[in-house]
Design a protein around this ligand. Structure first.
Ligand code: ZN
Length: 250
C-alpha cells in the first residue's frame, strides 16, 4: 500500500501519499461522495487505492473539487472524469494550466515530457511544463462564494497559484484549504516562500481562511488539524494581523 488512509471524522477521509505527504480527501455528502483533490498519479492509482481501502466504488463518487492545478493535487482528474464520469470543478484562473493551453514549448517542454511520472518527480514535471500532465476540462467553473455540490462554499484564495480555491464544507465546518495554509506538528503554518509566488495575495488568502470559524482544517499536505483548531486559527491570525513576516520555510 502506498496510499495511507487517515479517518478525519466519520464522514471525511484523508488519502495521503508518501511523496510530499500530498493529501486528497473524500467527503460523504448527503447526495454521495465528493473528492477534494486527486493527485498524484495520472491513472489515479493512488486515489483509487484509497477508495478501495474505505470500501467506496469509484462510480459512486459524484465530483472532484480541485484546489489548484499542481500535479500533486490534480493529476488524476482527467482519468477519473473520463472513466467514471466524475464532475470536475475548478476556478477560471486555473483553466489554462489544467487544459494545458499554457503548456510551455521548447526546452522546458522537452525536459518536462522526459521526466517519469514517479513520486516526487510528478510536481517537477508539472512545474517545467507549467501545465497538468493531461488536459482536463471543467464541468463547472467555480466562482468565489458559490456553493458547489450542495455543501461546499468556495473561497478564492490566490497566492500559491493565481486561481487557488479553498472549499468550506458547511455541514461539518471543515475547511479544505489546499496549499493556502499548511499544518505541521499539529500547528497551523504557512507554505514556504519559494512555493508562494505572490506573498501579498497569499497573506490575504491565509487571513481569509483563518477568519472562518471552522472546527477542522484539512490541508494539501501532511496531516489534518482536528485539535486546538480555534487556538491555532487565532494564533496565526494574530501573527499575520500584527504584521508578522511570512516565514521563509512556512
Ligand atoms: Zn501546490
Amino acid at each position: 500500500m502506498s496510499t495511507q488512509v487517515i479517518p478525519v471524522t466519520d464522514r471525511i477521509w484523508c488519502f495521503r501519499r508518501p511523496s510530499y505527504f500530498a493529501c486528497s480527501y473524500l467527503i460523504a455528502t448527503k447526495t454521495g461522495p465528493v473528492a477534494v483533490d486527486v493527485g498524484m498519479d495520472s491513472d489515479a492509482a493512488d486515489f483509487l487505492e484509497g477508495l478501495t481501502t474505505i470500501g467506496i466504488q469509484p462510480e459512486q463518487v459524484r465530483a472532484i473539487l480541485l484546489t489548484h492545478w499542481h500535479n500533486d493535487h490534480s493529476a488524476g482528474a482527467a482519468f477519473l472524469q473520463r472513466t467514471y464520469g466524475m464532475r470536475v470543478h475548478y476556478s477560471a484562473a486555473e483553466r489554462p494550466r489544467l487544459t494545458r493551453e499554457s503548456a510551455t514549448k521548447g526546452i522546458r517542454a522537452w525536459l518536462g515530457q522526459r521526466i517519469p511520472e514517479a513520486g516526487v518527480l510528478v510536481l517537477l514535471r508539472g512545474l517545467l511544463e507549467e501545465a497538468a500532465p493531461e488536459a482536463v476540462t471543467a464541468d463547472h467553473l467555480v466562482s468565489d462564494g458559490e456553493v458547489v455540490e450542495g455543501e461546499f462554499r468556495a473561497l478564492a484564495t490566490p497566492g500559491h497559484t493565481d486561481g487557488h480555491v479553498a472549499y468550506l464544507h458547511e455541514p461539518t465546518q471543515s475547511l479544505f484549504c489546499g496549499d493556502a495554509l499548511a499544518v505541521a506538528g499539529n500547528r497551523l503554518r504557512l507554505m514556504a516562500r519559494p512555493v508562494t509566488p505572490d506573498i501579498t495575495s497569499a497573506e490575504a488568502s491565509a487571513l481569509r481562511c483563518l477568519r472562518e470559524p471552522v472546527n477542522i482544517i484539512c490541508p494539501g499536505h501532511r496531516t489534518p488539524l482536528t485539535e486546538n483548531v480555534k487556538q491555532e486559527r487565532l494564533r496565526l491570525r494574530e501573527y499575520l494581523e500584527s504584521g508578522g513576516r511570512w516565514p521563509l520555510l512556512g
